[in-house]
Each structure stands twice: as C-alpha cells, then as structure tokens.
Design a protein around this ligand. Structure first.
Ligand SMILES: [Zn+2]
Length: 289
C-alpha cells in the first residue's frame, strides 16, 4: 500500500486506468488535494472507468448512460446531514449498511465520501470496520482536503493519491518552444503517414531533451482529459491552446486517450534505454491521429 502519496494528477489517473483495466482496484482510495473541484473531476473520471461495462468509460454502454444521466445504482455518495461534520450515522446509513448489498449492474459498487476530513472519530471507526473486511466489489473513494484529520489506520488501509494542480514541467519549457510543441501535437490529428514521419523528425531535432516532449505530451493529454470530463477550462494548463484542446477533447475517445498514455509510458522507457527517439515519437504521434 502506498502511504506516502503519489504525486501528480496524471500519475493518479493512470493508476486509475490501470486498476480498472486489470480489474483489481483497491478497496479504498484517498484522493487528496487542495482544490475540491479537481478532486471531484478526478474521482468522477475514475468512477466512469470502474462502472463502465468495458471499464474504459466508453460512453455508450448502459452503465455509462446511467452515469451521464446523473444516476447509477452502484454509485453511492455519502452526504452528511449537516455540512461540516460527517457523523457515525451518516457512515452507517450511507455506507456500512449498504455495502453488503451486491452491485446491481456493474462489477463494483462505489462509495464516495466527499470532505472525508469532516468524519468525526466515531464515523471513522465505523468506516474502519468496513475497510478491515470489505466485500470484493466494494470501492470507497475518500476525497480529502486534509488527510491529517484521518485516522492512521484508515490511511494505512487506503491507496493515497495526491492531486496536484500543476503541469509536468510545462512551465519550465520556454514559451516559444511550447508553441512549437503543441503545434506539432495538434498537427498530428488528421496527418497522413508522411506528415507523422516529418513531425517526429521535427520533434527529435527541435527538442534535444525527450523529457520536454514527453512531459509536454502528458500535460497536453491531461488538459484534453480535463476538458472532456468536466469542460472546466480554468483547470487546464496549456491555456494558449484552448481552441485546439477543445476540439481534440471532442474528437478523442477515452479508449484513444488511454492508448496514448500507455504508448507514452512505453516511449519514455524505450527512449531512456537508448532506442531511436524519432521512431518512438512516430509511434506516439500516429496514435494521436
Ligand atoms: Zn461504458
């Protein structure tokens, strides 16, 4: 179990992808960060992956449609009677008592506790009992702005994911280089094979540091995901490319995004072990068509 906290949105999202794809998510996640809206966006995305019938947030299956219409029988949001404190009855009624009922539609049954730091000690102890023996299908998402307020025993039984609002070194790339980078990413959409080859050569020649390209690409995809899942432009990093990002968010399917992220990981590994960089870029860009 990760108790130190995994940094950066992107990493966290990929952890979510991986967990959903493999079909072995943990029973409890603490999604922590300062910005509640980001926590909500990220958890919503994770929920879509987990509940989707093909676990890729396809948007088409009945589960995805239920979610889009605002209600899924296997998604339970624990809401306190009064804001500011989550009491033992809120947890008992909303979570502990319900969890023994098997999911209706999906493989998982998901419980979301926003403001988990509001749980008083009695509420946390009630939750802890469930965390000690969760049913196989139970997944609890604790959204927290202040994890220090949680019992160490809860933290140690959860996968702790830290959501950061920053990019991946995007701000360290000089401005004119950024423009060049995102123009190449944007140009990959709709390009033919020759265009992709040329763009890959251009990337390798213009950016001696693959970290910039890979980091820039992750930021790019992250922004597309943010727009796709919430449309929240204020949460994007690459503001100067908003029109292009918006249209990419409309075009790319979740499957394609998932694919691009997976290929980015592979490319990063191969480049660091000395495989031809331009060739790796070519693979990456061709997934972005
Ligand atoms: Zn689906």
């Amino acid at each position: 179990m990760d108790t130190t906290g995994t940094a950066v949105n992107d990493r966290m999202l990929r952890t979510g992808f991986a967990a959903a794809a493999k079909g072995t998510p943990s029973h409890a996640y603490i999604i922590e960060g300062e910005d509640e809206r980001i926590l909500r966006d990220l958890s919503d995305y994770f929920i879509r992956l987990l509940l989707c019938e093909t676990n890729d947030a396809c948007g088409k299956c009945l589960s995805c449609r239920f979610l889009a219409e605002g209600g899924h029988p296997d998604l339970i949001r624990v809401t306190p009677e009064k804001p500011g404190v989550i009491k033992v009855d809120d947890i008992r009624d909303g979570l502990v008592g319900d969890m023994s009922i098997r999911p209706y539609r999906s493989r998982y049954k998901i419980y979301v506790v926003e403001h988990a730091e509001w749980m008083n000690v009695q509420a946390q102890n009630a939750l802890l009992k469930t965390l000690e023996e969760p049913p196989s299908y139970g997944v609890i998402l604790l959204l927290s702005c202040n994890t220090e307020a949680l019992l160490p025993t809860i933290i140690s039984r959860s996968v702790r994911l830290k959501a950061m609002s920053g990019g991946h070194g995007w701000e360290r790339i000089p401005e004119e280089e950024r423009f060049r980078l995102f123009r190449i990413f944007a140009g990959a959409r709709g390009a033919d094979t020759a265009g992709i080859n040329a763009a890959a050569e251009q990337l390798a020649a213009a950016f001696p540091s693959p970290e910039q390209v890979i980091g820039g690409l992750r930021t790019w995809i992250r922004d597309i995901m943010v727009l796709k899942l919430s449309g929240a432009e204020e949460h994007t990093v690459i503001r100067e490319a908003l029109p292009v990002l918006r249209s990419a968010a409309k075009d790319y399917t979740w499957k394609q995004i998932n694919d691009i992220l997976a290929v980015t990981d592979t490319a990063e590994e191969r480049i660091s072990s000395g495989v031809n960089t331009a060739w790796q870029y070519e693979m990456l860009l061709s997934r972005m068509r």
